[in-house]
Design a protein around this ligand. Structure first.
Ligand code: ADP
Ligand code: MG
Length: 259
């Protein structure tokens, strides 16, 4: 069941810019989490990073952004290391890495997206406030500005973090497992905003482990298991031999039938 996607064919604006990962190896002490991974992440597409638990998906994202060191290899965007261009990146980590007891309101969280542009301990500009209000409206959370982030549902929390990344006005968006613990409405909102960002020519990568029907939202897949198993357009990656190598013998995944 393939659906024609009206957005992603022709309107790529900055498709000349891609993230080039070359020969990336990441170690945690003696444990090799990723081995010699070479992959290109193009702008203007919705890129899914898939693989089983412990495959190194979060490690890849963190190493790309320079949040953890690479043992070997390079990650460039344009002609410079991506780690030197972190102001262009909006990153929403996995739920488990966020401190949900932190006493911040929804508004505080979204305005954190503006700190880098504004400067630490400086008053926020009118532009920053407008971007934050717009971002909350886009994710349907404008009414919740005064609520504590820890008191919201999983889906509402994820939408607030999406709003924070939108307020950042970034070129590159990385979301690590954004669909975990979210409701159907939130999932729809997330995918529709990811698609919109991609069609604006942004670089959008989403770590995901769900091999269900939602996989058809992605244009391009990167399949990992401690090393690169396959990367390319969705159909070329969703082949039984790749899936078996990544997930082991009995994996069930959504296999679209050719039209
Ligand atoms: P995924 O996101 O695909 O589930 P991760 O990137 O979190 O996988 O982890 C890849 C591997 O590296 C796993 O075996 C994990 O246990 C290990 N690992 C992740 N973080 C650390 C860490 N801080 N210290 C040691 N090992 C780690
Ligand atoms: Mg992870």
């Amino acid at each position: 069941m393939f659906q024609a996607n009206p957005n992603h064919s022709s309107s790529v604006l900055s498709g000349d810019r891609s993230i080039e990962v070359q020969h990336l190896t990441v170690m945690y002490q003696d444990v090799q989490a990723l081995r010699n991974l070479t992959v290109t992440i193009a702008a203007g597409q919705l890129v899914g990073i898939f693989g089983p638990n412990g495959a190194g998906k979060s490690t890849l994202v963190k190493a790309m952004l320079g949040l953890i060191p690479a043992a070997t290899g390079t990650v460039t965007y344009g002609d410079r290391p991506l780690a030197e261009q972190r102001q262009r990146v909006a990153y929403v980590p996995q739920r488990s890495q966020i401190d949900w007891t932190f006493p911040a309101t929804v508004w505080d969280v979204v305005m954190m997206g503006r700190v880098r542009k504004t400067g630490f301990l400086r008053p926020f500009s009118g532009v920053s406030r407008r971007l934050a209000v717009n971002a909350l409206e886009r994710v349907g959370m404008a009414e919740y500005g005064d609520r504590r982030i820890g008191d919201l549902s999983g889906g509402q929390q994820q939408r607030v973090f999406l709003a924070r990344s939108l307020a950042q006005d970034a070129d590159i968006f990385c979301f690590d497992e954004p669909f975990v613990g979210v409701d159907q409405t939130t999932e729809q909102i997330l995918f529709s905003i990811f698609r919109e960002l991609a069609s604006q020519g942004k670089t959008v990568m989403v770590v995901n482990h769900d091999l269900g029907e939602s996989i058809t939202h992605f244009d391009h897949l990167i399949l990992l298991n401690r090393e690169l198993i396959a990367a390319g357009d969705r159909r070329s990656v969703l082949q039984p031999q790749h899936m078996t190598r990544a997930y082991g013998g009995h994996v069930r995944f959504f296999e679209p039938q050719a039209a």
